[in-house]
Design a binder for this molecule. Structure first.
Ligand code: SF4
Length: 431
């Protein structure tokens, strides 16, 4: 979501004739797009503001500094008062007002624009998307869930779905420009309801998948409580749907799930997994897990490890609980010591690594279609892409390999976090 917001901000700057500078310290206008999901990210903002203040004192640039994103919504007014380097603050619900904020600053005012307007013109035509073959498209903004650890409902506001017609139009334009994979975004994407037709996510995916030229459609993030049988049946019917499904479970202990206010039990989550696997054969599940939630006992954590070993997720994102301002859990007692939480996270990652390696090894000699993303971190001569299950596949480059190319690949090697492959028909050749 933040990546897409950054592209919206960038596109809005471009529409005013501004171009990207190499470094914020050399720029006329520097924007910090921020995340406040974890405390560490919010702290980074303060140190970056300090660096920009010093740069301006020494070299006069950046002339204008704007704070955007969730930290802006959460602490923007305080930071504007405390931090003279800041010229304006713009919450994530107000990205469309970037130009207005810059006009105010040009007139010598310092402004804070936050909150969530009832109606906002979503400037999708201004998103600086570049030529990437994978693109994000927002389907829902905000969240109504109020999980007790999460700051998102406070920083991104209440759930608001975009009209299906508008989303499909945006996808159609992207496909016409060469996009091959679209990922529909929302904090609770499976709660999607078109405000005019009441179409649900299944209907939306049906319409998006029918857009000519698209290779694959993905969606993130799903909330376990919002998968109805009817929705699962529609997912099973959608064409060209990715086989990657991100369904955070957060904890394997029903007691902890209750304290988290997640709205499902461990048993209900496992039942959902069985239904999804039944309806979507070959689906790769991915998940988020929090360890060290206040009150989490060793027994609760064992239930998390047990769920991980039962489900066998293809990908897992694990985090140590981080208390966030205004959230109920920040007021809970029974804090789990940092060392205990770190140890649990390490054990969780170790268990997941074994599972991922086994799942990846099981793909050896399989043939998959891969969308090439660009040169791989692995080193020169290697490129990387991902299949419809979102697994990274590293391939030796071939003559004419290009970002956005689709290629059939045979899997030749596996690590816990990536696969190795060779283009079908290319065995033994390198660029
Ligand atoms: S559903 Fe997700 S975004 Fe919404 S409050 Fe819970 S964790 Fe946060």
């Amino acid at each position: 979501m933040n990546v897409l917001d950054t592209l919206r901000l960038e596109g809005s700057l471009q529409s005013r004739g501004l171009r990207a500078a190499g470094r914020a310290e050399d720029a006329d206008v520097a924007l910090l797009n921020t995340c406040s999901v974890r405390e560490k990210a919010a702290q980074k903002v303060l140190s970056r503001l300090g660096e920009l203040k010093r740069a301006r004192e020494e070299g006069g640039k950046p002339e204008v500094v704007g704070l955007c994103g969730c930290v802006a919504q959460q602490d923007g007014a305080t930071l504007l008062a405390r931090s003279p380097v800041l010229n304006f603050v713009l919450g994530p619900g107000r990205i469309g007002q970037l130009s207005a904020a810059l006009d105010e600053v040009a007139d010598g005012r310092r402004v804070s624009i936050t909150g969530f307007p009832e109606t906002e013109d979503y400037d999708s035509h201004l998103i600086a998307r570049g030529t990437g073959a994978r693109q994000y498209v927002t389907a829902i903004h905000g969240c109504n869930q109020h999980c007790t650890f999460c700051v998102v409902p406070y920083t991104r506001g209440h759930e608001k779905s975009r009209r299906m017609e508008e989303i499909v139009g945006e996808v159609r334009d992207l496909a016409a420009q060469g996009t091959k994979e679209v990922t529909l975004l929302g904090q609770t994407i499976n709660a999607y309801r078109c405000p005019t037709t009441r179409a649900d996510l299944g209907d939306l995916l049906g319409a998006v998948s029918a857009v000519e030229g698209l290779w694959c459609t993905q969606f993130i993030t799903s909330h376990p409580a919002f998968f109805t049988d009817a929705l699962i049946a529609k997912l099973a019917r959608a064409r060209r749907l990715g086989t990657y499904l991100h369904v955070p479970f957060q904890s394997g202990s029903s007691a902890v799930l209750k304290w988290m206010h997640r709205g499902y039990t461990r048993e209900q989550y496992l039942e959902l997994v069985a239904k999804l696997r039944d309806a979507l054969p070959g689906v790769t599940l991915s998940t988020d897990v929090i360890v060290g939630f206040p009150g989490e006992t060793e027994e609760d954590f064992s239930a998390t490890l047990d769920l991980v070993s039962q489900v066998k997720f293809g990908q897992l994102y694990g985090f140590i609980y981080s208390p966030r301002p205004r959230t109920p859990a920040a007021r809970y007692g029974e804090h789990v010591a940092r060392e205990v939480a770190s140890n649990r996270l390490a054990r969780l990652f170790a268990a997941q690594s074994v599972i991922q390696l086994a799942l990846n090894q099981a793909l050896m000699a399989h043939r998959v279609e891969v969308l090439i993303d660009g040169p791989a971190k692995r080193g020169s001569g290697w490129w990387q892409g991902r299949g419809p299950d979102n697994r990274v596949v590293n391939v030796p480059a071939w003559k004419g390999i290009n970002q956005g190319q689709l290629a059939p690949v045979t899997i030749t090697g596996a690590t816990p976090h990536a696969l190795l492959g060779e283009r079908v028909g290319d065995q033994g050749s390198a660029a």
